[in-house]
Design a protein around this ligand. Structure first.
Ligand SMILES: Cc1ncc(COP(=O)(O)O)c(C=O)c1O
Length: 396
């Protein structure tokens, strides 16, 4: 059986989520817009889920939650709304954003490489942290429409310090979007503390269903609906609601809210992560951890490998690990033979070879379908060591 060490890519829906969803898959008339009893019942289920999702992010009014199809849709809705609100303004984002943000900003504000780009990329340091003073300078440069920043990095697990940024955005007249897709169950989220206008979530990152996301929108902030038609979601996202997935998201949100403040659960996950990390670092000479180890999610370890003598990169390690049924990913966009070095690791100052050598291991909480045992953690570590040795042997 495969061992899943790739939970930042996706997690399996938990049994409680599936159980809550199942009745809604086949229920006649379950359209929340309908006024008949079945429709009203569906409407109540969607309302309850909206409340649970709002609770996950600190309890703003449930009406501030817009259900979408995924984190990427949430993100482009926020970014496009800011671009429409201020058509001549600039977008500010860090150099460690997910491609959903980078590409949405390119589409709405012009790519960083184009001559008419209205995009400012803020550097990150070697540990993956934003250059906050460069960000504040960018805001002071004037006419910023949008600041979009990641809360918890999907590749390194590094948790950003976003304090004070919401206030500075407001003073500069910019809207502030946070990509919190990786945060649920890993770190507490409170939109009042984060002081943001938009915040993106995605169900499949925290044991909800795939194909459902949510966007928090601060009261009074205008949303440019990406999908037009019916009046669903307060006219912020048309289309008949995916009731089963929304119900599942609500159940997943409740569990994630509990786990994010459960010190024992976080410590358990960190101890598995540390066990794996120390085995690999000891067994693979020259390997290192990418990102700030003091301020990162308990579930994520991004490890770079010394493959210099082989001329190979993480793709070769991945192929050997996948053969052993170990599911991990490279911190990069791979094709079958070579990986494009991770843009995030490049932004953290690594050269192409180092950035292309990294593997990302990401774990799930105990009690979830993706959880691994200490023996499985050891088996993964051993498989990595053997894969590394096999590749180094090739070069001798
Ligand atoms: C940080 C981050 N943002 C956004 C996304 C996009 O989410 P989705 O797959 O739901 O569109 C992902 C998914 O990998 C992510 O890790």
């Amino acid at each position: 059986m495969a061992l899943h060490f790739d939970c930042n890519a996706t997690t399996a829906a938990s049994p409680e989520v599936i159980e809550a969803m199942l009745p809604w898959l086949g229920r006649p008339g379950a359209n929340p817009s309908a006024t008949h009893p079945a429709g009203r019942e569906a409407g109540r289920a969607v309302r309850d889920a909206r409340t649970d999702v709002a609770q996950l992010i600190g309890g703003p009014p449930p009406s501030s939650i817009v259900f979408t199809s995924c984190g990427s849709e949430s993100t482009i809705t926020a970014i496009r709304s800011a671009a429409v609100r201020n058509p001549s303004g600039k977008a500010v984002l860090s150099s460690a954003e997910h491609s959903a943000t980078v590409k949405a900003v390119s589409a709405c504000f012009g790519g960083a490489e184009s001559s008419d780009s209205r995009t400012i990329r803020i550097p990150v340091d070697a540990r993956g942290h934003l250059d906050r003073s460069a960000l504040f300078d960018a805001l002071e440069s004037g006419d910023v429409a949008l600041v979009s920043l990641i809360l918890l990095n999907n590749e390194t697990g590094v948790i950003s310090d976003l304090s004070g940024i919401g206030e500075a955005c407001r003073a500069a007249g910019a809207l502030f979007h946070i990509d919190a897709v990786q945060a649920p169950a890993k770190t507490p989220i409170d939109v009042a503390v984060l002081d943001c206008d938009f915040l993106s979530l995605s169900g499949h990152k925290f044991h909800g269903p795939r194909g459902i996301g949510a966007l928090y929108v601060r009261g009074g902030v205008p949303v440019e609906s990406l999908i037009v038609g019916g009046p669903q979601e307060g006219e912020r996202r048309a289309g008949t609601e995916n009731v089963p997935a929304i119900v599942g998201l609500g159940v997943a949100a409740k569990a994630a809210a509990e786990r994010s403040v459960d010190a024992a659960a976080q410590a358990g996950m960190a101890s598995s992560r540390d066990r794996l990390e120390s085995k690999i670092l000891t067994g693979c000479p020259g390997s290192w951890v990418n990102g700030d180890v003091e301020r990162r999610a308990a579930n994520t370890s991004n490890i770079g490998f010394d493959l210099a003598a082989t001329g190979l990169d993480a793709t070769a390690l991945l192929a050997l690990l996948h053969d052993q049924g170990i599911e991990v990913s490279a911190g990069s966009a791979c094709n079958s033979s070579k990986s494009a070095p991770s843009a995030v690791l490049r932004a953290m100052g690594q050269d192409d070879a180092k950035a292309a050598s990294a593997l990302r291991f990401s774990l799930a909480h105990q009690g979830t379908p993706d959880a691994v045992s200490p023996d499985e953690v050891d088996a993964c570590g051993q498989a990595v060591i053997e894969a590394h040795q096999a590749l180094m042997g090739l070069s001798i």
